[in-house]
Design a protein around this ligand. Sequence first.
Ligand SMILES: [Zn+2]
Length: 172
Amino acid sequence: MRKELDKQLCEKYPLLYRNRNAPMTETCMCWGFDCGEGWYNIIDTLSALLCSDFNRAKEGYENIKEYYENEGKWPWNNGKVITPEEVEERRLKMVKAEESVPTVVQVKEKFGTLRFYIDSGTEEQYNYIRFAEKLSARTCETCGAPGKIRGPGSYSYYTACDEHTTPQHVSH
Ligand SMILES: [Zn+2]
């Protein structure tokens, strides 16, 4: 995957890709996103889902903090006064949610499909990953258009649209 796209993902999801630049003795993530950019949208969407609890909690905290510091009350809820305890409660919720963001260990293509490895996760998070991996088997790794698994080519299987399929693998 192109450097700019790699960088984009790491900047958008710093927690998830916190090991992107760790040494290779510690993580395979040092190799970056080892697949074609046709899967960028799949990886981007998956990344957003894996961070969604945290992002929601973070937004909730930033929201209450801003109103607490500026007006001291909600602009709705009949102008209910915000207490420091409520602010702290939301901060703790955010800290807890942060722990639910897994660390990505490796992202690569294997036998034509996406492989996405995390250090640990919830059942829901593993389901998102399974879905993304399945979707990659129907998405051209080169351009992102609908595709299917082809091959084996000179190396292995690969997923491609008609245009990015080597002539010998075009189905008639
Ligand atoms: Zn294609």
